[in-house]
Design a protein around this ligand. Structure first.
Ligand code: GDP
Length: 585
């Protein structure tokens, strides 16, 4: 498949690793690492074919053309190649996310806005939760994401989606700025999304908006009253005071941001929620970001695809089309896509299916891909590929965090900036790791622990968390990374073993009937076949099945069928060793 947007490189039918590294301006080691991830152990002079080379080039951000074939004719180019003409662009509603500290009234505010401004409610329509809703204020529509909180916002961003145009920061007038308020500010800033502050609970006698404003200033949010551009609106979700004012300001900020999209093109956007409905099958709530989505169209959402059978708006009403910024629930996608996946419409169903399948493979490859570590970033800095080192600092006290922050800010080298995107006292949380994923940041902890949830997410998202007991060592590591001096090393991690109990002939070759004797074997594992302890073949799995069904992984004690790429001369008693490679410090 051809990815778009990156520099174009033209590759021949076959070329050596060295040729490829020269064509892509990266080191041989980099190419060899990428090949290893695909189960290919190649030396510098070894030849790889076009498909493999193109896959590596795309992973490294290139758009690939085959020598002699024009890019435009690539059969599965995604529709987003077509840039819009300025004259095709039309204003679109803003998409708004509500954030803030727990109990400050995020949910109440979303409910109050929905009840006040969503028509058709009075006819007894059931409140349909599809993850987003739209209101109209003086003829201007606004779309609200119905899952409040910066965690959900950043989780979408971590998947690569940027849906939100404006963040509403809810601060309770009686409570003021709290730790999660600060987190929310940092998350919104990291996403470069404009913030509107809603000072909520103004109905309470203890409300002290002036104190809240002072605290906002301390967080470097310069509010309008003091000559800045952050709008503050006092509201009460309880009495609904100030809600009109809030909506008006949202529209104002949207107008300034000149939010536009071309409604007359194949639709594209983001999945914000998904579920498997027992009656209707996989359902996904999408926000259309460009173009117009219509019933009957073939779409690809992440690694899922299908033809849209029916669409529903946020009131649960059937609709036939949805334009830019519209939230819509769709039925007809074959499998449940992930929240944060992007979607696009295809004119050809086969193209849609091919793209979804190639995405599935790419996802498998990415999942066995590299950890975002200080070493990996250092390598990227050394190679001149990145110019920013984003850091999140968690420490035991505000004092230690500040001391680290101050020292790190002095570290920026000639071409590399150190950006501390979030600091706080306390353990490393799941939300820190999601922010790191979304902003490609490293999490550094000083005298703190890692929450179990954070550890789990860090493992799946492959984010490096480093813990230190001595400030100097932390600073020294970052300094080395900034100078590009920390080099990644590749290590091999053995995941499990499968003993071959029988060999079966299938269409197109032979597969090994195995028992997993230890660990786990994954569909995307690299694999070597061992005969009496000696290696007879090394590549990757080409199939992994249980009872004829394709599966993603099989664990100890279970039987399965395994096929390997470019090899099927299995013998009973052989052992298949499953492994993956990782970058480590
Ligand atoms: P969230 O955790 O930020 O979503 O907060 P909720 O919306 O669940 O509200 C937390 C509590 O604050 C609830 O008991 C609400 O009834 C109350 N609350 C929310 N908004 C207001 C308000 O404007 N005035 C008053 N007095 N209470 C409010």
């Amino acid at each position: 498949m051809t990815q778009t947007g990156g520099p174009v490189v033209t590759l021949p039918r076959a070329l050596t690793v060295r040729d490829l590294s020269e064509a892509l301006h990266v080191t041989n080691v980099e190419i060899i690492k990428e090949l290893m991830k695909r189960g290919i152990m190649a030396a510098i002079n070894q030849t790889v074919d076009y498909d493999v080379a193109a896959d590596v080039a795309q992973t490294l951000g290139f758009e690939v053309a085959r020598a002699g074939i024009a890019v435009a004719s690539a059969p599965d180019a995604t529709p987003d190649d077509q840039e819009d003409e300025a004259s095709d662009l039309e204003p679109r509603p803003p998409v708004v996310t509500v954030m803030g500290h727990v109990d400050h009234g995020k949910t109440s505010l979303l409910d109050a806005i929905r009840q006040t401004n969503v028509t058709a409610q009075e006819v007894g329509a059931i409140t349909q939760h599809i993850g987003a809703y739209q209101v109209e204020d003086k003829g201007h529509k606004i779309t609200f994401i119905d899952t409040p909180g910066h965690e959900a916002f950043t989780a979408l961003r971590a998947r690569g989606a940027s849906v939100t145009d404006i963040a509403i920061l809810v601060v309770a007038a009686d409570d003021g700025i709290m730790p999660q308020t600060i987190e929310a500010i940092d998350h919104a800033k990291a996403a470069k999304v404009p913030i509107i502050v809603a000072i909520n609970k103004m109905d309470l006698p203890a409300a002290n908006p002036e104190k809240v404003k002072q605290e906002l200033i301390q967080q470097n949010l310069v509010i309008e009253e003091f000559g800045g551009d952050v709008i503050v609106v006092p509201v009460s979700a309880k009495t609904r005071e100030g809600l009109d004012d809030l909506l008006e300001h949202i529209n104002l900020v949207a107008e300034v941001a000149e939010l536009k999209a071309n409604p007359s093109r194949p639709a594209e956007g983001t999945v914000i929620e998904s579920e498997k409905d027992p009656n209707r099958g996989p359902m996904a709530t999408l926000i259309v970001q460009r173009g117009t989505l219509r019933v009957g169209e073939a779409i690809v959402a992440g690694a899922s695809w299908g033809r849209i059978k029916a669409m529903f708006n946020h009131l649960g009403e059937k609709i036939t089309e949805a334009g830019p910024s519209t939230p819509v629930e769709v039925m007809g996608i074959g499998t449940v896509p992930r929240a944060g996946d992007t979607f696009a419409v295809f004119s050809d169903e086969r193209e849609a299916r091919d793209l979804a399948e190639s995405r599935e493979r790419a996802r498998d490859a990415a999942e066995s891909g590299k950890t975002l570590s200080l070493e990996a970033i250092s390598g990227d800095i050394a190679a001149g590929r990145i110019k920013d080192l984003n850091i999140i600092i968690k420490g035991d006290t505000h004092g230690s965090v500040e001391a680290i922050n101050t020292s790190l800010l002095k570290l920026g080298a000639e071409d590399v900036r150190v950006n501390v995107i979030h600091t706080a006292a306390g353990n490393i949380t799941e939300s820190d790791v999601m922010l790191a994923t979304a902003s490609r940041a490293i999490v550094l902890g000083f005298h703190v622990k890692i929450d179990p949830g954070a550890r789990r997410v860090a493992a799946t998202e492959r984010i490096d968390i480093r813990l230190y007991q001595i400030i100097y060592e932390l600073i020294e590591d970052v300094e080395k990374a900034v100078k590009g001096l920390m080099q990644p090393v590749i290590v091999e991690v053995i995941d499990g073993h499968a003993e071959i109990r029988a060999v079966f002939r299938v269409r197109g070759g032979r597969v090994a009937g195995c028992m997993i004797t230890d660990g786990i074997v994954r569909r995307n594992s690299l694999a070597r076949v061992l005969r009496k302890g000696a290696m007879v073949h090394e590549s990757r799995l080409s199939s992994l099945k249980r009872f004829q069904e394709d599966v993603r992984e099989v664990t100890t004690g279970l039987e399965c069928g395994i096929g390997t790429e470019r090899f099927d001369s299995f013998a009973e008693g052989d052992v298949i060793e499953a492994f993956h490679v990782e970058e480590r410090g």
